[in-house]
Design a binder for this molecule. Structure first.
Ligand SMILES: NC(=O)c1ccc[n+]([C@@H]2O[C@H](COP(=O)([O-])OP(=O)(O)OC[C@H]3O[C@@H](n4cnc5c(N)ncnc54)[C@H](OP(=O)(O)O)[C@@H]3O)[C@@H](O)[C@H]2O)c1
Length: 338
């Protein structure tokens, strides 16, 4: 009882990663949302652990360059005999055209990619559409853009594994908050495409949407993993727990006040939360297709239900159709057809 109360209030400790964990050996990692919060901390930890090339994918170049300078000035990184090469790329995950041109630039300019860490996400308290597409913005940023980037960059992760003789990693940052998703109580009717439902202002539930998008991430990862050999590319999602970042800064004022109080008691320092991301991009095949919660596999029970499995299939089909529409040939190139 006392233990339940304790774990309800406080989070479990995330032990330090083994000192021996290293990304040495000419590896390249790409991180989205690399200029803030968990993405920034994970980028630093990859650099400290001797990644060779770090691609900071950011919305604003200036912020990316500032992060690059901070990483290179870090005492551990500065003391390395070989400093990482840090490249800054711009991408706005809210704009499909930006995602498409970013993916094309990476494919054209980056010869190998060992780690793809799709970390960026957002939370707001209103219905807003992507400036280009009619997609609801959290659905666009947290789910659609991550799925599209996974499809586009999977061939590069595969070819890198072949040329390096070591498996690659694709991790999407999810959240255990997905257990509060709305699909359990209010399934999307079969008569309506999932994308159309989620983009319908009248169906939008503000306090459910973040959890819904993170559920979609888990569904996508589960389905994607079926098409990918884990000894070539390990695919997973990861939840870092509650972490002191600015993710809630764009929420309504009263939510920010409430969350700040909860964060003060419960949230982890960002460097501690970022360990879980580093663990995910170094994980073995046991977590393939799964979401990690801290260092362990964590399951959303809804995904095991018939309703969840059916929705996962529908989501997969709609997602691949969009990927194909946005980049013809990409689905076949990623070998994602049955
Ligand atoms: N913090 C937590 O308690 C917690 C818990 C569970 C899961 N997570 C997950 O952890 C991941 C990182 O979140 P965080 O807490 O580190 O949040 P954060 O501090 O708000 O950082 C989010 C990052 O995503 C970027 N981003 C947001 N919208 C973007 C867009 N349209 N295009 C490109 N980049 C965009 C931000 O860029 P700008 O700086 O340009 O805005 C920022 O770099 C997210 O997937 C989040 O859902 C966080």
């Amino acid at each position: 009882m006392a233990q339940d109360l304790w774990s309800g209030i406080f989070q479990a400790k995330v032990p330090p990663l083994p000192e021996s964990l290293s990304f040495v050996g000419g590896k390249t990692a790409l991180i989205t949302g690399a200029n803030a919060g968990l993405g920034r901390a994970a980028s630093l930890q990859l650099a400290q652990r001797q990644i060779s090339t770090l691609i900071l994918a950011v919305r604003t170049r200036k912020n990316g360059e500032a992060t690059k300078a901070d990483i290179l000035a870090d005492p551990i990184v500065a003391a390395l005999s070989t400093k990482p090469t840090i490249l800054v790329y711009e991408v706005d995950l809210g704009r499909p055209s930006s995602v498409a041109s970013f993916a094309s630039s990476i494919l054209a300019e980056i010869p190998t990619l060992n780690i793809l860490l799709l970390n960026a996400a957002m939370v707001i308290s209103t219905f807003k559409q992507s400036p280009e597409a009619e997609n609801e913005i959290m659905f666009q940023v947290n789910y659609i853009s991550n799925a599209i980037l996974s499809v586009r960059l999977l061939p590069l992760l595969r070819s890198t594994a072949e040329s390096c003789g070591q498996k690659s990693h694709l991790s999407i940052v999810g959240s255990r908050a997905q257990k509060h998703n709305d699909f359990i109580e209010h399934p999307i009717p079969d008569s309506m495409p999932i994308f159309a439902f989620l983009n319908d202002r009248k169906k939008f539930k503000v306090y459910k949407r973040y959890a819904d998008t993170k559920t979609l991430v888990s569904m996508f990862v589960r389905e994607l993993a079926k098409y990918v050999d884990p000894s070539v590319v390990t695919v997973n999602a990861v939840c870092p727990g509650m972490v002191k970042t600015t993710i809630n800064d764009k929420q309504a004022a009263w939510i920010r006040v409430f969350i700040a109080a909860v964060f003060a008691v419960r949230a982890r320092p960002v460097a501690v939360g970022a360990r879980t991301l580093i663990n995910a991009v170094a994980a073995g095949p046991e977590g393939h297709g799964q979401q990690m919660g801290d260092y362990q596999i964590w399951a959303n029970k809804f995904l095991e239900t018939e309703q969840g499995k059916k929705m996962q299939k529908r989501l997969w089909e709609e997602t691949l159709a969009l990927a194909e529409k946005e980049a013809p040939g990409s689905v076949q190139e990623a070998k994602l057809q049955a």
